[in-house]
Design a binder for this molecule. Structure first.
Ligand SMILES: [Zn+2]
Length: 115
């Protein structure tokens, strides 16, 4: 998929929160709220504007990539827990919780759901 000069022109009020990662820093994931539907204006090869509505997973993916063009990483959109977790990180002490571990020990816990 190629989007030329993409710009989000509308966002649904309805959102969901899903786990996201980024190829820019592949080893962590985070729960990110995003609108379930976005409207994106792009430019066709003939220079004409094109408006397309994207929903759910595709809306999330395109929103993520357009954020990059705006200099934003998904971490800036994370809610509540606010800390990315390693892929597959799970705490044995608290099932259902993931942990972010550094060389010095546990840094944070966050709900599992990011693999
Ligand atoms: Zn990314």
């Amino acid at each position: 998929m190629i989007l030329l000069n993409p710009k989000i022109t509308d966002r649904s009020d309805e959102t969901d929160e899903q786990c996201e990662g980024c190829l820019g820093f592949f080893d962590v994931r985070g729960l990110v709220p995003r609108p379930l539907k976005i409207t994106v204006e792009t430019t066709a090869l003939n220079g004409e504007p094109v408006t397309t509505v994207y929903e759910r997973g595709l809306a999330r993916l395109i929103h993520h990539e357009i954020d990059h063009l705006d200099g934003m990483l998904y971490i800036a959109r994370m809610s509540a827990w606010g800390t990315p977790i390693p892929r597959g990180g799970v705490s044995a002490d608290r099932p259902g919780m993931g942990v972010l571990v550094s060389g010095s020990g546990m840094l944070a816990e966050t709900p599992v759901g990011c693999r």
